[in-house]
Design a protein around this ligand. Structure first.
Ligand code: ADP
Ligand code: MG
Length: 318
């Protein structure tokens, strides 16, 4: 087995609210190898973003348990300054809405240059040339011209390419992409996913792809981590997950993918919604929505178990 680039081990994150603490990430473990794309999938509110922001030390919540090891070093114990130097250089992140991460008052070229000068110690000229080169790599036509434009002068798809160019400008070892294509139309989405796949091969970047969309998972992932209510409920290589989904939640997610020959009213899907943290059910957190729940599910909390090579699941009924 390859050495893991990132190892998240028993991560717990809580938020202080008027009613006391609520834990929204509750014992999450997974790892990412070099050049591997791990998809983290689950409905909205399952804790995907809180998990990924924790890796970068950017979550507004409090990490109160666990380790996040990057190349063997625990990021949760790192000083703020040290972590800041790592961000953008060794670990980069792209978000759903690139406009919120781009500065409206600087040109595209200046913003990418800034990152390169900060982390690579390049001078202005070198950094600008490298920015243009990165814009070309992510498939932006007329890169020289685009580098002189401002974010609002570009389309959503172009802005997302710019974000990716910026995220990759220092050859990070790990790229965290949180719903990077959710706000884009299907054609552009396909192009961006194609680009991410290409970059992974070219730079051997480890990627965490966060998404609620199993179509995206099928497209880019090597391995899949399924999250529900702050926990990992299933983990498997992508081929195995689609061929042999085992957790009732995973099965539900898979049956909610529209099939070409299905009429809309017949869509299979999971009844109900993700519980809010302060109303977390006891026992298995999925039991109120689970079609096969029994007494034990209502009273006991299942632990995650290995059920095959690289295949883990958290369910009493395997
Ligand atoms: N700043 C915050 N304060 C309090 N609760 C939060 C905060 N950010 C996220 N949460 C809660 O944490 C849970 C997980 O959220 P999130 O990680 O954003 O879900 P996902 O990315 O899977 O949609 C949700 O219940 C959300 O309400
Ligand atoms: Mg999210």
């Amino acid at each position: 087995m390859k050495d893991a680039l990132l190892e998240v081990e028993d991560l717990k994150v809580r938020f202080k609210t008027d009613d006391g603490y609520v834990t929204t990430v509750n014992g999450v473990s997974f790892s990412v190898n070099e050049g591997e794309t791990v998809a983290v999938v689950g409905e909205s509110g399952c804790g995907k973003s809180v998990t990924s922001l924790s890796i970068l030390g950017l979550t507004p919540g409090e990490i109160y348990n666990g380790e996040i090891k990057f190349n063997g070093k625990d990021l949760t114990k790192m000083k703020k300054g040290e972590l800041r130097r790592l961000r953008g250089k060794e670990i980069s992140m792209i978000f759903q809405e690139p406009m919120s991460s781009l500065n409206p008052v600087f040109t595209i070229g200046n913003q990418i240059s800034e990152v390169i000068m900060l982390h690579k110690g390049a001078n202005k000229r070198q950094a600008f040339d490298k920015s243009v080169e990165m814009l070309k790599i992510v498939g932006i036509p007329d890169a020289q011209k685009v580098a002189k434009r401002y974010p609002h002068q570009l389309s959503g798809g172009m802005r997302q390419r710019v974000m990716i160019a910026m995220a990759l400008s220092c050859n990070p070892k790990l790229l965290i992409a949180d719903e990077p294509t959710t706000a884009l139309d299907v054609t552009i989405q396909a192009q961006i996913l194609e680009l991410i796949k290409k970059l992974k091969i070219e730079f051997n970047t480890g990627i965490i792809m966060i998404t609620h969309d199993l179509g995206v998972v099928a497209e880019v992932a090597d391995r899949v981590v399924v999250m529900y209510a702050g926990e990992v409920v299933e983990e498997a290589p992508v081929y195995e997950l689609f061929k042999n989904p085992t957790h009732p939640y995973t099965k539900g997610l898979l049956s909610s993918i529209p099939q070409i020959d299905q009429v809309v009213e017949e869509l299979g899907s999971i009844i109900g919604s993700v519980p809010i943290p302060k109303e977390m059910p006891i026992g298995c957190k999925f039991h109120p929505r689970c079609p096969i729940a029994t007494d034990i599910c209502r009273t006991s909390h299942p632990s995650i178990e290995q059920i095959g090579l690289d295949h883990k699941i958290r369910c009493f009924h395997v």
